[in-house]
Design a binder for this molecule. Structure first.
Ligand SMILES: [Zn+2]
Length: 74
């Protein structure tokens, strides 16, 4: 596992809380808000290269506000 390349993560598009890249058991990742729990769609990957691409795509979805909110915690 490599650290992610330099990615600019904006504040949560919903609540302006801090966002974090979360990985699920080393096969998919998404960006999630630490405050309200909204997140981008999970992207799966099979290689380190795909992992970096998935991280980049998740971050760009996050930064344009393409997130889903489950309502948990409201
Ligand atoms: Zn939020």
């Amino acid at each position: 596992m490599q650290p992610f390349e330099d990615l600019e993560l904006l504040d949560c598009p919903i609540c302006h809380g801090p966002g974090l890249i979360e990985e699920e058991n080393g096969w998919c990742l998404y960006v999630q808000c630490l405050d309200c729990g909204c997140h981008t769609a999970a992207l799966s990957y099979n290689s380190e290269e795909e992992r970096q691409t998935a991280a980049r795509q998740s971050v760009s979805s996050w930064n344009i506000g393409k997130v889903v909110h489950t309502g948990v915690g409201d």
